[in-house]
Design a protein around this ligand. Structure first.
Ligand SMILES: [Zn+2]
Length: 470
C-alpha cells in the first residue's frame, strides 16, 4: 500500500472515506478472522473458506463459549499458526472477498477496494502469490496493477472507474492461473459538485457548458512525501495564480451565460508534478504523483464525455502563465512560430490543419484555419478587442522571433489534433494586469467568458446562454 492509499478523497467539502480506508478497516478484521479460518479450514470444505459470509460466523460462535483467558491463548496460537503455512501450500482457488458490485461517480474510485483471496486445496490462505488487476471494460484504471497476496491470502487495489456513465465497468483479477471478475456502476457527474482527488491534490468542478478549463501549473502544495522532480529537463517554475484564475471562471461564466464551465485544477506544486507532461516526465515514477496525474486527466476525460453527451461539440482551454518580456497572451494551437509565420494558404493546408489543436473546427466550420487563428473572429482578435494583447491575432499574426509557447501535452491530448469534437487552445497569460491581483483576475475571467461566448456563437453556432442546461 502506498502512502496515497491511506489518504482521503474530499467530496462536496465533506470528507468521504476513500475506498482504501474501507480496505484498511476490512483488512484489520480479516487479520483475526483469517487466522481462525486457517485453523478450521482443514475440517471444512474449501468452498466454505471462499464464502465471505461465513468467514466471520465461526469466530463469533467460537468466542461465545470459550472462557476469555483461554480464548486469548487460542488467539495467540492462531497468530503464530498463520506465520507458518505448510511448505507445500499452493494456490488452488481465487475468490472475491470484497468490492464487487460497487458504484462510483465516473473517474472516481469505488467505495470498497476490490479484494481477492488466494487459497490452497484445503481452503487455507496462500501468501506471496502474484495477483494482477486489469481493467477489462469501461476505461478505468487501478492504483496497483500487480500485487502479492498477504499472509491472509488477500490482495487488493483501488479501482477508478472510466469516464462514461452507465458504461460497463469490469476489473479482471488473475492469480496462479485463476481469474475472477468485478463489476461496478459508473454514476454521472453532478454539475457544481466539487470532486477532489487523493490528498486534495486535484480539484474538479463539473459544469454544464461545453467548455473545459484546466490549470496544471498554479499549485502550491509541496508534500514531503513526494520528492521534488529532478529530471534533466524538469521545469519546476510555478505559473503563479493561474490556479486562482481558473477558479474564478465559474462565477464569470455564470454571470455572463447562466452556466458554468468544467474546471480542473492541480493544487500540487510543479516541483512535485507537472500535469502538462506525459506521466513519466510528469511524475518521475512517484506513485502518489502518478495517481494525481491519472486523476487530473481522468477528470478531464470525464468532463469531455459529459460535454459531448450534452452538446456534441466543445472547447478546451489549458491556462498557463509565462514570464516572457512582451506582455501579451500567447495562444498555443500546437503550431510553431515558423508555421504561424507562413501564408494563409500554408496554414490552410491539410498538413497544418492536421497539426492543429482546433483541427476539427477548421475541418468542419465555415471559417478557414487561418481565419480561426488570426481572423477578425479568432480567439486572439476577440481578446485584443477586450484590451488583452494576444498572439496570434489580426494585430499580431505570428510571434516572429520572440519567445512563444506552442501548446503542450494537455492541448495535444484533449484538443482535436487527433480528431474528436472538442477543440482546444493553450493560453499562456502574462502576469501584470491579468493574474496578479484578484481584481485583475476577475476582470480577465469576465473577458474570457465574453470571448468564449462570442467564439461559440460565431464558430459553433451555439449560444452559451441557451446551452446552460442546469
Ligand atoms: Zn505552464
Amino acid at each position: 500500500m502506498t502512502t496515497a492509499d491511506a489518504e482521503p478523497i474530499l467530496q462536496n467539502g465533506r470528507q468521504r472515506h476513500e475506498s482504501a480506508h474501507a480496505g484498511v478497516r476490512l483488512a484489520g478484521r480479516r487479520v483475526t478472522a483469517g487466522s481462525v479460518t486457517q485453523r478450521q479450514a482443514s475440517a471444512r470444505p474449501a468452498s466454505d473458506a471462499r464464502s465471505p459470509g461465513r468467514l466471520y460466523g465461526p469466530m463469533s460462535h467460537f468466542a461465545k463459549w470459550v472462557p476469555r483467558p483461554l480464548l486469548a491463548v487460542l488467539l495467540l496460537a492462531c497468530g503464530s499458526d498463520s506465520t507458518s503455512a505448510p511448505a507445500d501450500s499452493s494456490p488452488a482457488a481465487l475468490s472475491i472477498t470484497a468490492g464487487d458490485g460497487g458504484s462510483a461517480v465516473v473517474a472516481t474510485s469505488t467505495d470498497v477496494r476490490p479484494t481477492v483471496r488466494v487459497t490452497d486445496a484445503a481452503g487455507a490462505p496462500v501468501a506471496n502469490t502474484t495477483v494482477t488487476f486489469t481493467v477489462s471494460a469501461g476505461g478505468g484504471w487501478v492504483t496497483d496493477a500487480a500485487s502479492t497476496s498477504g499472509t491472509d491470502g488477500t490482495a487488493a487495489t483501488t479501482w477508478y472507474l472510466g469516464p462514461v456513465p452507465a458504461a460497463a465497468q469490469t476489473l479482471t483479477v488473475a492469480a496462479a492461473g485463476f481469474t475472477v471478475a468485478f463489476s461496478a456502476t459508473a454514476q454521472p457527474l453532478v454539475p457544481g459538485t466539487i470532486y477532489t482527488g487523493v490528498g486534495g491534490y486535484v480539484e474538479f468542478t463539473p459544469g454544464d457548458l461545453p467548455v473545459i478549463i484546466t490549470a496544471p501549473h498554479g499549485g502550491t502544495l509541496r508534500p514531503a512525501s513526494i520528492p521534488n522532480r529532478s529530471g534533466p529537463n524538469a521545469t519546476t517554475v510555478r505559473d503563479a495564480e493561474t490556479d486562482l484564475l481558473a477558479l474564478d471562471m465559474p462565477a464569470a461564466f455564470e454571470m455572463r451565460t447562466g452556466g458554468t464551465p468544467h474546471v480542473v485544477v492541480l493544487h500540487l506544486h510543479r516541483e512535485k508534478l507537472d500535469a502538462n507532461r506525459d506521466i513519466a516526465e510528469a511524475a518521475e515514477g512517484n506513485l502518489t504523483a502518478e495517481r494525481a496525474w491519472r486523476e487530473y486527466h481522468g477528470f478531464i476525460e470525464a468532463a469531455r464525455h459529459h460535454v459531448i453527451a450534452e452538446h456534441e461539440r466543445g472547447f478546451y482551454i489549458d491556462l498557463h502563465g509565462h514570464g516572457h518580456a512582451i506582455p501579451r497572451l500567447e495562444l498555443g494551437y500546437l503550431l510553431t512560430s515558423a508555421q504561424l509565420g507562413g501564408s494563409d494558404a500554408s496554414l490552410n493546408s491539410t498538413t497544418m490543419v492536421q497539426r492543429s489543436s482546433i483541427r476539427t473546427l477548421a475541418e468542419t466550420g465555415p471559417a478557414s484555419h487561418a481565419e480561426l487563428l488570426r481572423g477578425p473572429q479568432s480567439f486572439g482578435t476577440l481578446f485584443e478587442a477586450q484590451g488583452y494583447p494576444a498572439v496570434p491575432s489580426s494585430a499580431q499574426p505570428d510571434p516572429g522571433d520572440d519567445p512563444y509557447f506552442t501548446g503542450g501535452y494537455s492541448t495535444q491530448r484533449h484538443g482535436s489534433r487527433a480528431g474528436g469534437p472538442i477543440d482546444g487552445v493553450q493560453i499562456e497569460a502574462n502576469r501584470v494586469g491579468v493574474r496578479d491581483t484578484e481584481t485583475n483576475r476577475r476582470a480577465f475571467a469576465a473577458a474570457l467568458a465574453l470571448v468564449v461566448e462570442s467564439y461559440f456563437e460565431e464558430h459553433y453556432d451555439i449560444p452559451l446562454a441557451a446551452a446552460a442546461v442546469r
